[in-house]
Design a protein around this ligand. Structure first.
Ligand code: GUN
Length: 295
């Protein structure tokens, strides 16, 4: 693959090797392997796929994983009881509640119930607060993945103009906090754009690093990108394509074929940010098991 492409699959594989080595060292020192649990409520197809890939990734690096399945009709109270059970189980280092949850369950209430020390998704308000303050915590998966991709591709962020498209709680907002804060890999000037932003193209064209996390297929066109910019595509969408065997193909928030000639570096979809997000969860589970953050 050309040097221009930021190969998330290869970078994720490197990180996985590093995590596997640390897990092996823990086991050699007669410690238990880290243990991640996932609660999944209902039968949402995408969630089943995500949880299966998380389980596979755990297996690859020697992390123990357990999935707790609950029916779609499970009540909020039953889910809270399950969260409390995992909060109190000393064998579980960290766990996640796979989202989305059925509509009758208040996801915020569930997230707040998770013991912050076991919140390896980094979704608990306390962990979000620690991140905002620049204190050690579990970083949410996608922002962690983006930062590691940039770092490991030797992209300089200090003093650069980063434009983030999308202000979601799990991607746009936290990644803008991470890259703008005063830290070893931060100090960028960040502009956070969203659905109400005026003159969007004028702003995106100023970006040295453009991060697209708006959830709109192929939204970013070449006309929005400065020559030589680094383009990070967080989106993943299925679009119909009758020329493929499956009848669809995966695209991101960036129109890759249009933008690739303008960009200096670019992440593909699939194989860019996606593979990094699961590694983030493995990383957080490892640090949870070492009690590095909540001692
Ligand atoms: N659903 C989609 N992505 C995620 C994630 O990172 N964590 C959880 N818990 N649910 C998700």
């Amino acid at each position: 693959m050309s040097i221009k492409i930021i190969d998330g699959k290869a970078i994720a594989a490197d990180l996985k090797k590093e995590i596997a080595a640390q897990v092996a060292a823990m086991i050699d020192a007669e410690n238990e392997a880290p243990h991640l649990a996932a609660i999944i409520v209902g039968e949402d197809a995408a969630s089943q796929t995500y949880v299966a890939s998380k389980e596979r990734a755990c297996h690859e690096v020697g992390i123990t994983s357990t999935i707790y399945r609950m029916p779609a009709v499970a009540s909020e109270k039953e889910l809270i009881e399950m969260v409390d059970f995992l909060n109190n189980d000393p064998d579980i280092d960290g766990f996640i509640v796979q989202l989305p949850l059925p509509e009758h369950i208040d996801a915020n209430k569930i997230i707040e119930r998770i013991d912050p020390a076991k919140d390896v998704d980094g979704f608990h308000p306390r962990n979000i607060g620690l991140m905002q303050l620049g204190l050690p915590t579990y970083l949410p998966a996608t922002p962690f993945g983006i930062v590691e991709l940039l770092k490991r591709s030797n992209v300089k962020v200090n003093g650069k103009h980063v434009v983030v498209l999308g202000r979601s709680n799990i991607v746009g907002t936290p990644v803008s906090v991470l890259l703008s804060r005063k830290s070893e890999y931060g100090n960028a000037t960040v502009t956070l754009c969203h659905s109400q932003t005026e003159n969007l193209e004028e702003i995106t064209k100023q970006a040295d690093i453009l991060i697209a996390a708006i959830g709109k297929p192929q939204f970013v066109k070449a006309s929005m990108v400065k020559k030589g910019a680094v383009v990070i595509d967080v989106g993943i969408h299925r679009i119909e394509d009758i020329t493929t065997e499956k009848g669809y193909r995966l695209v991101g928030d960036v129109d890759f074929d249009d933008v690739v000639s303008e960009a200096g570096r670019i992440t593909p979809v699939p194989g860019g940010v996606g593979p990094m997000t699961i590694v983030a969860l493995l990383h957080n589970t490892l640090i949870a098991s070492k009690k590095e953050i909540y001692k």
